[in-house]
Design a protein around this ligand. Structure first.
Ligand code: FAD
Length: 484
C-alpha cells in the first residue's frame, strides 16, 4: 500500500493523454497515480461460431485496434514517468480490490452515457462514496453534455438535428481552451498483490489472428489518431469544401472521409480537440461549408445521436422504444445470413459486406446501402439483426451512433421516406463504374468478364437469381445480366 495520497485513473474510452480532464485531475496533487485499464470479459467473444449464432460482442478487428491503442497509451504514459496497469475481470470487482489495496483517495474516469456503463458506474460510485473516496467523472467524450441539452428541452431529447443544433448553440466546453500538454505524471505506487499484467496479445484473449495482408489498414492508438487528424486537416481546401453525403464510397486508396471514427469511438482522439482544429481551418479560409454537411457538422451528428440515445429508454430495441416505429419485420435467418456472409449475389452489397469483415470500416454511403438493403429496401429483415452484425464487426462500433443510424436507415425513426431506396445495382455502378471496388473485395469477380463459364461465377449468379426470386422479381433479368 502506498503511504502518500494516491489516485486511480480508470481508462475505458478516452484512451489518450491529450485533452483528458479525468487524467489531469487524477494527477493533480497526488503522490502516486495508478493508471488502470480493465479487460472486461463482457466485451469479448473470440469464438467465431458465436458470431454465426448472433453474438454482438467485439470481433477480431476491434479487439486488435483496442490492444494497439492500449500499447500506445502505455508508451505515452511511460514517456511521462508512468505506465499502464492492465487488469482482468468484472470491472467493479477488480476495482474494489485495487481501491482498497492501494488506499486510493481519488477515483477519476470519463463519464459514459451507455446503459452498460451507467449501471457499472453507479455500482462503483456507490462503493467509492461509502469508502470516502473522492470521485471525478467529467463529460469529455462528446462536445456537449447530453444531460444539459435534454434539460434545456424540458426533459426529453430533441429528435431532429436542426432542433438539436438550435438548442445546443455554441458548445462552451468544446470552445474553451484545452489545457497545456502534460509533461510528467506522478509515479505508480506499489501494486501489492493485485494481479497486474502487460497489455495482452490478441492470442492471449483467445482470438485467432489473420495474416498480415488480410488485416484492416487502420491501426489503433492516440499517436496514429493525431497523425491521421493532422494529415486530414492539413488539406485546408478539402476541410473547407467537405460536404456529406458527397464523396465516393468506393474510394480505396484514399477514403473520401477522415476515417477518424474508430479513434473517436475509443477516445484516442478528443472530439473537442478535433472540433477546435476544424474551427481553426475555417477561420483561415474565405468560404467553407456548414452543418449538417460540413466536417464540423459531422461531429454535431455524433453529439446529436449521443443525446437522443442517452435520453431514450430502450433506444437499442424496437419494442418499448417510444421513438421507434413498430414494423412487422420478417424473421428470416436465411436472408440475414446471405447478407451477413456476403452471399446476396449483388456484387456491390457483397463487396461492402466483405469490406466490413476485412477492414471493420466502410464509407457512410456504403453503410447506407447495405443497411437499406437488409431492411426496408429489399430483404425486410429486422434492423436489430443488422445492428448486431455491425456491432460485432465495426472497429468504430459505437452503441449510440450505430443504433441511431440503424433506426434512421430502416425508417424506424428520424427519417421516414421509406420509398427513397438505394438500388443495389445502379447506385454501385454510379460510383464504381469499372468495378474496381467490387473486384478488390470480391476477387472471384475478377474473372467474370473473361470467364463467365467459371463454376464460382455461375454459383454467384445462380445465388443472385435465387435471391431475386425470393424478392418477388423486384430485380429484372436485365439487371441480373448486367452484374458481370
Ligand atoms: P467523417 O465523415 O470523416 O466524419 C467525422 C466524424 O463525425 C466521424 O468519425 C464520426 O465520429 C462523426 N460522424 C460522421 N457521420 C456520422 C453519423 N452519421 N452519425 C454520427 N456520427 C457521425 N459511426 C460510428 O462512429 N460508429 C458506428 O457504430 C456507426 N454505425 C453506423 C451504422 C449505420 C447503419 C450507418 C448508416 C452509419 C453508421 N455510422 C457509425 C456513422 C458513419 O457512417 C461513420 O461515423 C462514418 O462513416 C465514419 O467515417 P469517418 O470517420 O471517415 O467520418
Amino acid at each position: 500500500m502506498a503511504s502518500g495520497s494516491s489516485s486511480l485513473m480508470w481508462f475505458r474510452k478516452g484512451l489518450r493523454i491529450h485533452d483528458n480532464p479525468a487524467l489531469e485531475y487524477a494527477a493533480r496533487g497526488s503522490d502516486y497515480l495508478y493508471p488502470v485499464f480493465v479487460i472486461d470479459p463482457h466485451y469479448m467473444e473470440p469464438d467465431p461460431n458465436a458470431f454465426s449464432s448472433g453474438s454482438r460482442r467485439a470481433g477480431l478487428n476491434r479487439i486488435r485496434f483496442l490492444l494497439e491503442s492500449l500499447v500506445d497509451l502505455d508508451l505515452n504514459l511511460q514517456k511521462l514517468g508512468s505506465r499502464l496497469l492492465v487488469l482482468n475481470g468484472e470491472p467493479s470487482e477488480v476495482l474494489f480490490r485495487c481501491l482498497k489495496e492501494w488506499n486510493i483517495k481519488k477515483l477519476c474516469f470519463e463519464f459514459d452515457t451507455e446503459p452498460y456503463y451507467q449501471a457499472l458506474d453507479n455500482k462503483v460510485k456507490k462503493y467509492a462514496t461509502a469508502a470516502g473516496i473522492e470521485i471525478f467523472s467529467p463529460v469529455s467524450h462528446t462536445l456537449f453534455n447530453p444531460a444539459d441539452i435534454i434539460q434545456k428541452n424540458g426533459g426529453r431529447p430533441p429528435l431532429s438535428y436542426q432542433s438539436f443544433v438550435k438548442l445546443a448553440g455554441e458548445p462552451s466546453w468544446a470552445s474553451s481552451p484545452i489545457s497545456t500538454e502534460l509533461t510528467s505524471l506522478p509515479p505508480v505506487g506499489s501494486v501489492g498483490s493485485c494481479p497486474i499484467s502487460e497489455v495482452p496479445t490478441i492470442e492471449n484473449l483467445g482470438y485467432e489472428d489473420t495474416e498480415e495482408d488480410d488485416r484492416t489498414p487502420f491501426k489503433g492508438g492516440e499517436s496514429e489518431a493525431l497523425r491521421r487528424m493532422r494529415e486530414s486537416i492539413a488539406n485546408k481546401e478539402w476541410v473547407a469544401n467537405f460536404e456529406k453525403p458527397k464523396g465516393d464510397p468506393s474510394s480505396l486508396v484514399k477514403p473520401a472521409t477522415t476515417v477518424l471514427s474508430p479513434y473517436l469511438k475509443f477516445g484516442c482522439l478528443s472530439s473537442r480537440y478535433f472540433y477546435q482544429c476544424i474551427q481553426e481551418v475555417q477561420r483561415n479560409v474565405k468560404r467553407h461549408t456548414f452543418p449538417p454537411v460540413s466536417l464540423l457538422g459531422q461531429l454535431l451528428w455524433r453529439d446529436f445521436f449521443y443525446t437522443v440515445a442517452f435520453g431514450t429508454p430502450n433506444f437499442d430495441q424496437m419494442k418499448e422504444n417510444r421513438i421507434c416505429k413498430q414494423i412487422p419485420w420478417k424473421n428470416d435467418d436465411d436472408l440475414l445470413r446471405a447478407w451477413r456472409d456476403a452471399r446476396t449475389g449483388f456484387p456491390w452489397i457483397d463487396a461492402i459486406m466483405i469490406q466490413l469483415q476485412k477492414w471493420g470500416w466502410m464509407h457512410h454511403l456504403a453503410r447506407h446501402c447495405v443497411a437499406c438493403f437488409l431492411t426496408r429496401g429489399d430483404l425486410f429483415v429486422h434492423w436489430e439483426k443488422g445492428r448486431d452484425v455491425f456491432e460485432r464487426l465495426l472497429i468504430d462500433s459505437d452503441w449510440s451512433i450505430n443504433n441511431a443510424n440503424w433506426l434512421w436507415l430502416s425508417c424506424s425513426s428520424f427519417f421516414y421516406q421509406y420509398n427513397r431506396i438505394y438500388s443495389p445495382i445502379s447506385f454501385g455502378k454510379k460510383y464504381d463504374p469499372n468495378g474496381n471496388f467490387i473486384r478488390h473485395f470480391l476477387p472471384i469477380l475478377k474473372v467474370v468478364d473473361h470467364d463467365l463459364a467459371s463454376k464460382e461465377c455461375k454459383q454467384i449468379l445462380y445465388e443472385a437469381y435465387q435471391l431475386n426470386k425470393r424478392l418477388n422479381g423486384k430485380v429484372s433479368e436485365e439487371d441480373l445480366k448486367s452484374l458481370g
